[in-house]
Design a protein around this ligand. Structure first.
Ligand code: PLP
Length: 420
């Protein structure tokens, strides 16, 4: 076997994929190129992250400049670096909460989620309520693939293979505020640490919140003094037309988890944003409480420098206003797909996020239909993927043009019409 067949891809059936992977070698704007010279319009911004588009030299230069000065140095206990400090200040300034503090995480959103889960429990212990340990999440939720995130996940295919990992997690229906309150009351307030909530469910199938849902669950959490954790790994830094979905939906969370769009993926970095309330027991003068958690690459200076340059770019090019402008363009481009017999539902209308769900009867009649659609769409030069095995994702870079959005909808429509 050649070296090209040693790579074990995430989420892949290596029995069929080995030797057939599409090797991506470059990118520019919303387009990526494979090793055969084919161009693809990226309807996904990779995995919901390449928001400023490919080929941004400003970000490359930010990494190179920082690495020439200081490649990396740890931030445990005493040490810090300028980019990590500046990025934390910048994020705290953007965050929709009072007196925010920022805990930088080195990888993707999974690190941020595990950090937030542990911080929620550590907070309650620090304020003298150590029995508050249960974390509640929603059906269809995706909170990443580390142990906490897997345990909080609401997609059975992704949780069942591993059995129980982190204890004291509970799940409630994704769209039912009364279900959340009932679960909190059943457990008793004294046992519940936090509620994890994607303001717009992403990997579970792109579900914008039902009208009034977020305001109600936010209020329920306040009433029972349960920490509200907004998982904004997808929605943070512009994807719903505001810096945070928490701003758009007026959530004032206790914690926010972020990653992806923080650096547009040019280097991996994430951040947990803690409200003043959550930070206070650890930051208070004379406190003996220490959050004993962190990663070797927390506050990596090159990643932080890239994230700063990425936020600069988003501001300079007014990309968040652009997302707001493109929201109705995307929604009306995909709306007609709902008329196709093979389509069960089209969900759009919250920023640059949409999903085209394949009808249940069509999937049942032909289980190969959904994966064949993904391949057909790729053959036509557009990269998509399936969410929860049922829906085609659309989450393009913020720099996508209106013509490119129309092209994505056309290609989806052609594939759905010819294979459906
Ligand atoms: C809402 C949410 N949380 C957490 C994660 C995990 O992020 P990562 O895969 O970068 O670790 C994701 C990834 O898609 C996500 O969508």
């Amino acid at each position: 076997m050649g070296t090209s067949q040693c790579m074990w891809n995430p989420f892949a059936n290596m029995g069929t994929l080995a030797g057939k992977a599409v090797t991506i070698v470059g990118g520019y704007g919303s387009t990526v190129f494979d090793s055969e010279g084919r161009a693809y319009l990226d309807a996904l911004a990779s995995l919901w992250y390449c928001n400023v588009g490919y080929g941004r030299q400003e970000l490359v230069q930010a990494a190179a400049a920082q690495m020439s000065e200081l490649s990396a140095f740890q931030t445990f206990e005493f040490y810090s670096n300028h980019p990590a400090e500046a990025l934390s200040r910048r994020i705290a300034g953007l965050a929709p909460m009072q007196d925010a503090k920022v805990f930088l995480t080195p990888g993707g959103g999974s690190d941020a989620v595990d950090t937030a889960g542990k911080l929620a429990r550590a907070y309650w212990r620090a304020v003298g309520q150590p029995t508050r340990q249960v974390i509640i999440s929603r059906s269809h939720a995706y909170h990443g693939m580390n142990a906490y995130g897997t345990s909080l996940g609401g997609i059975p295919l992704l949780t069942e293979p591993f059995g129980p990992l982190v204890g004291q997690v509970e799940q409630v229906p994704w769209d039912d505020p009364a279900g959340l309150e009932k679960t909190i009351e059943m457990l008793g307030d004294a046992r519940v640490a936090a509620f994890f909530c994607e303001p717009v469910i992403g990997a579970g199938g792109v579900y914008p919140p039902p009208p009034g849902y977020l305001a109600q669950v936010r209020e329920i959490c306040r009433r029972h003094d349960v920490l509200f954790v907004a998982d904004e790994v997808i929605t943070g830094f512009g994807r719903v037309g505001e810096w945070f979905a928490s701003t758009r939906f007026d959530l004032e969370p206790d914690l926010i988890t972020t990653a992806k769009g923080l650096s547009s993926g040019y280097l991996p970095i994430g951040a947990v944003i803690a409200s003043g309330r959550v930070a206070e027991p650890f930051w208070r003068q004379g406190s003996t409480e220490v959050f004993r958690h962190g990663y070797t690459y927390s506050g990596h200076p090159a990643a932080a420098a890239v994230a700063l340059a990425n936020l600069d770019l988003i501001e300079r090019d007014h990309l968040i206003a652009r997302v707001a402008e493109l929201e109705p363009v995307l929604a009306s481009a995909v709306a007609p797909l709902a008329e196709l017999p093979v389509v069960g539902a089209v969900r759009a209308g919250t920023g640059l996020l949409a999903a085209v769900e394949i009808a249940e009867d069509a999937r049942a009649a032909d289980p190969t239909l959904a994966p064949r659609l993904v391949l057909a769409i790729r053959e036509s030069g557009v990269i998509t993927r399936l969410l929860r095995g049922i829906a085609l994702q659309i989450s393009p870079p913020f720099v996508i043009t209106e013509a490119e959005i129309v092209r994505i909808a056309e290609v989806y429509g052609e594939a759905l019409s010819s294979l459906g």
